[in-house]
Design a protein around this ligand. Structure first.
Ligand code: SF4
Length: 76
């Protein structure tokens, strides 16, 4: 599977980042520094926080640069 440079995922969610839209407000790194960093590459680390909290933070991004979609769970 192709992995895109500005796409990040864990078992539950895929997060995308569009640098052309980002206004560098710093809100994501300030409010959820366990996941979003303004100094470490890769700057999105989804392993440190639960998915609900990540979604809540993405919805606070004022520019729409951060987006997410939930992965489909296999139904047995
Ligand atoms: S909250 Fe959104 S606009 Fe602000 S730095 Fe993060 S990605 Fe960029």
């Amino acid at each position: 599977m192709e992995v895109k440079a500005n796409e990040f995922s864990n078992g539950d969610i895929v997060v995308t980042y569009d640098p052309c839209k980002c206004t560098l407000s710093g809100i994501c790194a300030k409010e959820l520094s366990e996941v979003f960093s303004d100094s470490i590459i890769p700057w999105v680390n989804l392993d440190n926080t639960d998915t609900d909290r990540i979604v809540e933070q993405i919805e606070r991004c004022p520019s729409g640069a951060l987006k997410y979609f939930l992965k489909q769970k296999d139904v047995a």
